[in-house]
Design a protein around this ligand. Structure first.
Ligand code: NAI
Length: 429
């Protein structure tokens, strides 16, 4: 185990009070726009369903996540948290969380690889009964280095596509030894967070970081999955000409039928002004593409890991690299062309200096699902064997209903006859 210190011991003591106050201010703002978590939190605070439980979390530590952390702590759990990306933590929010008597936060922005993993060790040192991941770092490390803890773990919940992919691969190998809910795959998460959240916040982060316009630009979106669709739609809405690259024929066809240009990256590389990768895969933009790009292009990634753009190849091609603006590294090639990488190729909507992550309302939904998944694990964990599990549909509906009520939106409900009809096989024409 490690003696890696919580954020309160990492920040300068003189700065701590103001950091905590600023973090709390950010959280208070988020809280005003998170009616789902507010409702769930009231329920948890009244019923204290997590008394005696220990929840380990590795997530992007900023104001919205902080509301989930507090919601779980208010339910009686002891919560330990660290970041799931070295550049997405807001230190002030981390410091504000660490004040809560049930919460220990180890997250700090800008940590190196060694510190990043030390913090994950520290979180696991709390001997969790539940894990909540964004990218599967906790599950991976527990299975690799702390197998003795597995018997005490009721289950876990995973936030993002890449984490769910990794978990399914682990499950297929028979290596996943406790149940994990694929929160990412619920309608209430994926149709809003991945599509609207990634679309809005990635474009906003790039625009704020560069002070450049979308209008009239050739914007190359790599991957037309949930995130890519959102990015493409929002970029198109800002008058960009969207070009999609894909490897999956139906997704490529879908993009084509939506009216976007679809072509291989090798062609798109020559005409793109902005490149945004959203594949969850690796080596999407590599040397042969970089060599063809125009002077002044912007390169950014919204996929979970920073392996979609080959930055080593770019560094190798470049004769100079310098910080052109906060969050923008310009790589100058021998012939004078400059290729600008935003946020070091890490999740652009979270890792650029001005990034705020997804809009608050979107994260209220995703984290509402997370909260009820933790409740389900602790109330009914024995129903779920080791492996990846879909979130029960009634939990997802519960979150949708709270949100609709908060928005003042009413909907119809099925009549008895309609329900019978929908469930029957013998009512033809
Ligand atoms: P998805 O699986 O729906 O879409 C990925 C798409 O990329 C697929 O259509 C796939 O065929 C395509 N693809 C794979 N390799 C490719 C390649 N070499 N070239 C072109 N296309 C390729 O996944 P989703 O939900 O869109 O997530 C994508 C990534 O974004 C994941 O890493 C996920 O964890 C991450 N994510 C990031 C968020 C953020 O805040 N930035 C929010 C949610 C997810």
């Amino acid at each position: 185990m490690t003696d890696y210190p919580p954020i309160s011991d990492q920040l300068d003591g003189d700065d701590l009070p103001s950091a905590r106050a600023e973090g709390r201010r950010k959280m208070d703002w988020a809280a005003q726009h998170m009616p789902i978590l507010e409702r769930v939190r009231e329920e948890f605070a009244a019923e204290r369903p997590f008394e005696g439980e220990r929840i380990a979390m590795a997530m992007h530590v900023e104001a919205k996540t902080a509301m989930l952390v507090e919601t779980l702590a208010e339910g009686g759990a002891e919560v330990a948290i660290t970041g799931c990306n070295p550049l997405s933590t807001h230190d002030d929010v981390s410091a504000a969380l660490d004040v809560h008597e049930n919460i220990t936060s180890y997250a700090k922005r800008g940590v190196d690889d060694e510190e990043y993993y030390e913090a994950i060790h520290a979180v696991i040192g709390h001997e969790p009964t539940v894990t909540v991941d964004d990218g599967m770092d906790l599950v991976a490390m527990i299975h690799e280095e702390y197998p003795e803890l597995i018997d005490g773990i009721v289950g876990g919940a995973e936030e993002t596509t890449t984490g769910v992919h990794r978990l399914r691969a682990m499950d297929d190998d028979g290596a996943l030894e406790y149940p994990v809910f694929a929160v990412n795959d619920t309608p209430m998460k994926r149709l809003f967070d991945n599509v609207h959240g990634t679309g809005e916040s990635s474009l906003a982060s790039i625009a704020m970081t560069t002070n450049l316009s979308w209008a009239g630009k050739n914007v190359v979106v790599a991957g037309f999955g949930y995130c890519g669709k959102g990015v493409a739609r929002k970029a198109s809405g800002q008058n960009a000409n969207v070009i999609v690259t894909e490897v999956e024929p139906r997704r490529a066809l879908e993009a084509h039928m939506e009216g976007y240009d679809v072509m291989p990256m090798a062609e798109a590389a020559e005409i793109g002004d902005v490149f945004l990768t959203t594949t969850g895969n690796r080596d999407v933009i590599v040397r042969e593409h970089l060599e063809k790009m125009q002077d002044g292009v912007l390169l950014a990634n919204a996929g979970h890991f920073d392996i979609e753009i080959d930055l080593e190849a770019l560094a190798d091609l470049a004769v100079d690299a310098y910080e052109a603006r906060d969050g923008v590294t310009a790589y100058e090639l021998e012939d004078g062309r400059r290729l600008n990488v935003i946020a070091e190729g890490r999740l652009v909507n979270l890792a650029a200096p001005v990034s705020l992550g997804h809009p608050v309302e979107v994260m209220d939904q995703s984290f509402g699902v997370q909260a009820v998944c933790v409740r389900e694990l602790l109330e009914n964990g024995d129903r779920y064997g080791p492996g990846v599990h879909d979130v029960p549909d009634d939990l997802d509906r519960e979150i949708a209903e709270i949100k609709l009520e908060a928005e003042g939106v009413e909907l119809d409900s099925l009549t008895g006859a309609q329900r019978d009809y929908m469930n029957s096989w013998d009512h033809g024409t």
